[in-house]
Design a protein around this ligand. Sequence first.
Ligand SMILES: Cc1ncc(C[n+]2csc(CCOP(=O)(O)OP(=O)(O)O)c2C)c(N)n1
Length: 604
Amino acid sequence: MKQLLLNSIDSPADLKRLNVAELEQLAGEIRQFLLENISKTGGHLSANLGSVELTLALHYVFDSPKDQILFDVGHQAYTHKILTGRREAFTQLRQFEGLSGFLKRRESVHDVYGAGHASTAISAAFGFAYAKAKAGDSSHTVAVVGDGALSGGLAFEGLNLLGVHPENVLIVVNDNTMSISPNVGALSQTLHHLRTSRGYREFKGRLQRVLSGRTSRSISKLKTRVRHFLLPTTFFESMGAAYYGPIDGHDLPGLIQNLKKLRNIKGPVVLHVHTQKGKGYDRAMTQPDAYHGVGTFCLDDGVCDATSDDFSSAMGMKLLELGREDPKVVAITAAMSQGTGLQSFKEELPDQFLDVGIAEANALTAAAGMSLQGLKPFVAIYSTFLQRAYDVLLHDIALQQCPVVLCVDRSGLVGADGETHQGIYDVAFLSSIPGLTVMAPKDRPELERMLEWAKEADFPVAIRYPRDKAWTINSDETDVEKIEMLREDGSDHLAIAYGRTLKLLLDAVEEHQLRVDVANLRKILPLDMDELRELFSRYKKVFFFEETIYQGSTAQKLKAAFPEIEVHTLPDVFVEQGSIPELLRKYSLDAEGIADVLKENTSG
Ligand SMILES: Cc1ncc(C[n+]2csc(CCOP(=O)(O)OP(=O)(O)O)c2C)c(N)n1
């Protein structure tokens, strides 16, 4: 398809010159554009295919950036990026120094609020509207929130706040029935009921006919009154917001008409929009979860099956084995069963599996309760999303010494998702929690042994592993709580690391034939200072490498205890997007960077 209209759209103002038929043509062109580009760069496919008309209608009716449109998570905002002057940057989507896959204030004045993590838009929109009301600014504030993001506690807190305030916020609930996997929870059932209730739809139709001709304000009031009389109050109404919908989120004229009507209603208003995730690409429509986030792929053939050789899958397979052997093992996810490798567990042992929705603190607190009743919960969670659960980890799990196991996936650099998703802070915040044991395997067999070991532990354990292929270094059987010597050839230099960095360190030593002894730290919390002191005392010089920010790092603790050692970490910054090798290169934590440090110190 030629992109005749799309090529003339460089800002929302260009959009406003089009009529509805042209907008519909543009929606088709945008879908084609998304498919062509995402298949070449990778990115979030299904959510973006599903939100094309909704985003067009929002930019058609509202006046961005004066009116502020906040997208929750931001992974579904590609059409917004296209319409706000960033079309040509899509060849560099999610690439190093390229266009972000999420919303970023630095990237455009139209990205009024940055995002990457879910469920923030309603609270943030309240904040915008509150401040604007104080300043006498009458522009509109819109929060676009998925049904999945609504399962997060922060979204409920936002609604709870908004419902008793007069601030004008339009919340557009983009309901496609999917989180990444099918959405879960009671609210998801409520949305389903609203979408499918025949009585309600017929009633709406009749009411619409009766009311045609009245002003939108009086329609709104009358509708709510009649609806309350005939039907149970919707969830949103009981939270103090006016509720409209559900409407078809691919019907541009309907969307435009409704948005125009609702933009002038005072107070919090919810517009429930029903969309289809993956719309316009058969494979994504039938498997929206497999096409949620994709790497590069061929449009004719679709994406290949997910890799089964990474650390996430290795964790999932081992946990499945433990779950088969012991019915007390429970696997818990916060809406990430695919990404954390729990899909097979979910299918084979559904009675031992729990998806709590995008609710990380809820996952950990529920696990705490289970563990005190004799179950053995394993919570598989990305490092970046564990940030949401810091308090409950400290207050519920560590303080009470609940024997919960945290499988901290994608710890370290994560690549193309960028700043919002890097797993480089967990060492720092986990270190500040007393009573927590944190392990980091060097390879797949060690991950499996740590999972076995953690299953028997009667205290909380976190096992952190990277987003990477699960390699095997050896099949060592020594105590996983002790430092492992991997190379000892009489050198007076020792290099020590853990996890991915250890693998890169070994690569560096082998590729450059460096004469350095190598040790695997394995247990990064609590550090056994006596063991370390004894080890370090045998060497003239010790180097420590770690893929995390410096503040709060193991490196910082080691440096404080042993000032003579040399440590290398990431700087204390928000690390940008790029492939993991590119980022490791930039920060000299790849095999080359490590080799440079060691060569400089060991030559001569
Ligand atoms: C706090 C947090 N946890 C998990 C995620 C991972 N995640 C990204 S998108 C998504 C699903 C969002 O579903 P929904 O809001 O319905 O949007 P859709 O993709 O269906 O359009 C999840 C779980 C996240 N971004 N933030």
